[in-house]
Write a protein that binds this ligand. Structure first.
Ligand code: SAM
Ligand code: SF4
Length: 507
């Protein structure tokens, strides 16, 4: 596309009325003075109060900002240990011992923005630019499916060539890819999107092609920092256009939306408060909060000195703390930890309540196909690294991570059933809050884990996986929930179908 057309397009992306309609008396939901005063007023919470707040979270109740502020200010190590234990207990209560896996797919690194921390920003001349054709998208999908994945999050820079129509085509093409296995086929059953904020009309296009979750990270909720890192003459420079991206998505009919902040740009305590206020405002305006929260820590990106030198980089210890406070503050919301983090950190934060993660991850545009070509000696790894946005901390395969979790008694779930049975948005949140969704999920986790063990697992993973799956089945048989009606019978019939080679069977 000609540069003049790019600048014309850029000027027309933001629709001011699709920001203003969500404001209250001209104000957005991030009141910095209020957040700062709440953090100050709760600077030295006493033990008894902290324990009351923990007890409230254990009842699967969302915390109020004052309560979250108190938890963020805890200094006593014993109390932190209690909070870590509570984080895991809450996760177990709502999500049991399941971890959901997904694979990111980078489709394009073309970008009209200039975010100071990102390798894709337009001024970064070190980055080789590339946008996948639909044939390449399909090849990437095949490579991801062949690892055993069933869910994807597809990532795009912001550019007219990767706007809503391209994203929609991408979703359609990925859903279309079917790889025969046993007597059924393997496919990506849920396509989530991480892309720039869009208008309601564009978001409706994504809804029509079956988008899963729509994810937008605010990066930082702190307005001055936001302005410093996102030039005002770029689309991303508009803080409020981004702040209400997910409100527009809800209005467009997309049930599941996902928030996030990029940790390392500003004070981590402030950002946790921002995330909480974001969840509260979605609940207030649409009756349901975010489906998941992400908390990526900034990692070194090509051509970005900020990504290495920021004054706000978060230590491993504070990272574990912030994840724990989020777990307690929104007990029923999914928490995503990614392969940006190294294996050790991932273990730590999964242990305080994360629910989703990725593995076998490639973040170069066309990275999965490139990895296969490198294996076959046709392309070098350096070529892929040229097209990456930042660096990964954990490059282990899906099989390795699934095995490690299984050894700890955690079952990998590839389930995508909830969405396809209409258990999304407020319906799934209601079920999660009542700890009911977990029962369906337990059964579906077993069915999809059976598929994985038979289709993709290495012998070592299969060995430990068989023990785990048997334990899960025994638990299901003992659960009163499955004694009702013909639930157990149905589950057992489905399990046999899957073991016999049928695919994509779910309750
Ligand atoms: N362009 C879209 C946007 O900005 O919303 C979506 C794609 S962008 C590549 C996805 C996310 O990557 C950003 O929201 C940001 O939080 C994250 N990111 C950017 N630079 C990063 C870095 N150096 N380390 C970790 N995450 C980073
Ligand atoms: Fe572009 Fe997103 Fe990277 Fe910013 S974070 S430069 S908008 S790809």
């Amino acid at each position: 596309m000609q540069s003049v057309k790019v600048s014309e397009w850029t000027k027309n992306v933001i629709k001011p009325d699709e920001i203003e309609k969500y404001l209250i008396n001209g104000r957005d939901f991030i009141d910095e003075d209020v957040i700062v005063s709440q953090l100050q007023a709760n600077a030295k919470p006493d033990k008894a109060r902290v324990r009351e707040i923990i007890a409230k979270a254990m009842q699967i109740e969302r915390l109020e900002p004052q309560e979250t502020a108190a938890l963020l200010n805890v200094t006593d190590n014993d109390l932190w240990n209690e909070m870590y234990a509570a984080g895991l207990a809450i996760k177990r209560k709502v999500y049991d011992n399941r971890i959901v896996f997904f694979a990111p797919l980078y489709c394009s690194n073309l970008c009209v923005n200039n975010c100071a921390y990102c390798g894709f920003r337009y001024e970064n001349k070190e980055e080789k630019r590339r946008i996948l054709t639909m044939e390449e998208v399909r090849q990437e999908a095949v490579a991801v499916i062949n690892e055993g994945h069933k869910r994807m999050i597809v990532v795009f820079g912001e550019h007219p060539r990767s706007a809503a129509d391209y994203i929609g085509e991408t979703i359609r093409n990925i859903y279309d890819v079917k790889v025969p296995v046993r007597t059924g086929y393997s496919a990506i059953r849920r396509v989530n999107i991480n892309a720039a904020p869009m208008s309601i009309a564009d978001l409706k296009k994504l809804w029509e092609v079956g988008i899963g979750t729509y994810q937008v990270f605010q990066e930082t909720y702190h307005k001055q920092t936001y302005a410093d890192l996102h030039p005002l003459n770029t689309i991303k420079g508009n803080y409020r256009w981004r702040l209400y991206a997910l409100h527009r998505a809800m209005e467009a009919g997309i049930d599941d939306v996902a928030v996030g902040a990029l940790f390392g740009l500003y004070d981590w305590r402030f950002e946790v408060m921002g995330l909480l206020y974001h969840a509260i405002d979605l609940e207030r305006q649409f009756g349901v909060g975010p489906h998941t929260i992400s908390f990526p820590r900034m990692t070194p990106a090509s051509g970005s000195s900020l990504s290495r030198n920021s004054n706000w980089l978060v230590s491993d210890e504070n990272f574990k703390r912030l994840v724990t406070v989020l777990r307690l503050s929104v007990p029923y919301t999914g928490l995503i930890i990614t392969a940006r983090e190294n294996a050790e950190v991932r273990r730590e934060v999964i242990g305080v309540g994360c629910t989703q993660t990725d593995a076998s991850t490639r973040i170069g545009v066309g990275g999965y196909t490139a990895a296969l070509q490198a294996l076959a000696g046709k392309k070098t790894d350096e070529q892929e690294i040229d097209e990456q946005q930042f660096t990964l901390g954990d490059t282990r395969s899906l099989d390795e991570v699934v095995r490690e979790l299984a050894e700890k008694g955690m079952i990998t779930s590839f389930c995508t059933a909830g969405y396809r049975c209409g258990r999304t948005g407020d319906k799934i949140m209601g079920l999660l809050k009542g700890c009911i969704e977990g029962k369906f999920c337990k059964a579906n986790a077993v069915l999809t884990f059976r598929e994985y063990l038979d289709d993709y697992a290495s012998p070592a993973t299969k060995a430990i996986g068989e023990q785990l799956i048997q334990k899960e089945i025994d638990e299901i048989k003992a659960m009163p929930f499955f004694q009702k009606g013909r639930m157990l019978e149905t589950f057992e019939r489905m399990y046999k179908q899957v073991a016999d080679g049928e695919r994509d069977i779910y309750i």
